[in-house]
Design a binder for this molecule. Structure first.
Ligand SMILES: [Zn+2]
Length: 160
C-alpha cells in the first residue's frame, strides 16, 4: 500500500488573463488499496466540499502502465512498418502492375493517415505509460448526494 503521487488541489486564486497565477492548496489522495481498485472520499481542507476519486492498487497501476507501453510500441512499430511498406512499394523499379494504380492511390491515402496518427497515438501512450499514476477522474459529491464531473475549482495535480 502506498500513496499515489497525484495530489488533490483546491485552487485558491486565478488572476489575470494573459498571466494566470494559480495557487493551490494541495492534499494527498487516499492510500492505494492492497489489490483491485478502491474509491475513496476526499474532503477538501480549504472549502469542505466532498469528492470521490478512484485509486487503483499498485499491481493494477503497474499492469496498466505496461499495457500503455505495449500499445505505444505497437503503434510506433505499425507506423514504421507502414512507412517501410509504402516506400518499399514505391521504390520497386518495375513497380507493381499499372492496373493496380487506383489501389495504390488509396493505399497511399490510408498509410498517409495512419502514418500521421499512429506515431502520435503511439507516443501519447508511451508518455501516458510513464505518467500514469493509477488514479481515476475526480468527481464531486453534490449536496443532494449525486456525483458530478464538474469539480469547480478543484483538480488532480500529477506528481513529479
Ligand atoms: Zn476546496
Amino acid at each position: 500500500m502506498d500513496q499515489p503521487r497525484t495530489m488533490f488541489a483546491h485552487m485558491l486564486s486565478a488572476k489575470g488573463v494573459a498571466v494566470v497565477v494559480t495557487n493551490h492548496r494541495v492534499q494527498p489522495l487516499p492510500m492505494r488499496p492492497a489489490e483491485g481498485s478502491g474509491t475513496g472520499r476526499l474532503v477538501c481542507g480549504a472549502c469542505g466540499r466532498q469528492f470521490l476519486v478512484t485509486v487503483h492498487s499498485r499491481d493494477r497501476t503497474h499492469a496498466r502502465r505496461v499495457l500503455f507501453f505495449v500499445l505505444g510500441l505497437v503503434g510506433l512499430a505499425l507506423a514504421a512498418l507502414l512507412l517501410w511498406l509504402t516506400f518499399g512499394v514505391a521504390m520497386q523499379p518495375d513497380g507493381p502492375d499499372l492496373d493496380t494504380e487506383p489501389d495504390n492511390a488509396s493505399w497511399y491515402g490510408y498509410t498517409g493517415m495512419a502514418g500521421i496518427f499512429l506515431p502520435v497515438i503511439g507516443l501519447a501512450y508511451l508518455i501516458n505509460a510513464r505518467k500514469y499514476d493509477g488514479v481515476g477522474r475526480l468527481r464531486r459529491i453534490g449536496e443532494d448526494g449525486t456525483t458530478s464531473r464538474l469539480t469547480a475549482g478543484h483538480k488532480l495535480l500529477p506528481g513529479k
